[in-house]
Ligand binder design. Structure first.
Ligand SMILES: NC(=O)c1ccc[n+]([C@@H]2O[C@H](COP(=O)([O-])OP(=O)(O)OC[C@H]3O[C@@H](n4cnc5c(N)ncnc54)[C@H](OP(=O)(O)O)[C@@H]3O)[C@@H](O)[C@H]2O)c1
Length: 249
């Protein structure tokens, strides 16, 4: 067991809930961060076990909410071992030529500025504890760009760069930062895309582009997060693991 808790921002989401379930197997406690999905977070607490998990309200657009959530988790668990950033905005896949300023502002404010808020509130806690790590869910789109994905990919590029900056500057305090970049995943937003965005024929053509010939699952992403968050990855920092079944090759 890793000591302290794993805090999952966006724990009520499709990928976040898979990450919470997986991390529960090797962290003393899991703090399930939610914004509007209290019922989902509470159900997950019951599933994992109320002695091993608790739900915390954490709104990425509000620094006070983030500060209280992190203080609560540090108080309940004594230590935050890993901060997993898995929150994000649902997007409709417009091309760059069609994206309005309010749409850019929403994703940048929630995801990129939201992550800077999480970092500002977590770093003092990590330094106080003499260590800790960040694992952020980003996207394969920053490595192999699928048209229509800019609203997701642009903030993720900033989050990835900030992860590398944290790795370089904070390593001397025993703090690591890494990223997991999902491909096409049949969970959360990805599952909605598979149902609604394109015809089955188009998705079948996409599946054929994947080396392993299947879409990923939430558990596929969660396994990479589990590794990077753990002591087994103690000498890995500033890195991105692409989990896409070979889609971007
Ligand atoms: N699923 C995929 O195929 C895939 C692929 C590549 C990248 N990603 C990225 O992975 C991340 C998670 O995706 P997902 O599929 O799990 O999405 P999802 O199922 O829609 O979950 C989104 C999560 O983000 C939270 N959230 C939204 N706005 C928030 C805010 N202002 N403050 C705090 N939390 C907020 C939601 O909380 P509430 O529901 O509680 O409001 C929810 O927990 C996204 O950034 C997405 O772009 C996903």
């Amino acid at each position: 067991m890793n000591g302290g808790c794993a805090f999952v921002v966006g724990g009520s989401g499709g990928l976040g809930s898979a990450i919470c379930r997986t991390l529960a197997s090797e962290w003393e406690q899991v703090a399930i961060g939610y914004r509007s999905g209290k019922e989902k977070a509470d159900a997950l607490v019951q599933e994992i076990g109320p002695d091993r998990a608790f739900a915390v309200h954490c709104d990425l657009r509000n620094m006070d909410s983030i500060g209280s959530a992190i203080a609560e988790a540090a108080h309940l668990s004594k230590k935050i071992g890993t901060m997993v950033f898995g929150g994000g905005v649902p997007i409709s896949q417009p091309f760059v030529s069609k994206i309005s300023e309010p749409q850019w502002r929403e994703v940048l404010e929630t995801e990129l500025i939201g992550f800077t808020r999480i970092v500002s509130a977590t770093l003092p806690q990590f330094r106080k504890q003499n260590g800790g790590n960040f694992v952020s869910v980003v996207s394969v789109a920053t490595h192999s760009y699928p048209p229509g994905d800019a609203l997701s990919a642009v903030p993720k590029a900033g989050i990835e760069m900030l992860g590398r900056a944290i790795a370089k500057e904070e390593g001397r305090f025993g703090i690591r930062a890494n990223m997991v970049a999902p491909g096409i995943i049949n969970a959360g937003l990805g599952a909605a895309f598979l149902r609604e965005l394109y015809t089955p024929k188009i998705w079948e053509a996409q599946r054929q582009r994947i080396a392993l010939r299947r879409f990923g699952s939430g558990e596929d992403i969660a396994e990479a997060v589990r590794f990077l968050a753990s002591e087994r990855a103690r000498y890995i920092t500033g890195q991105t693991i692409i989990v896409d079944g070979g889609f971007s090759l």
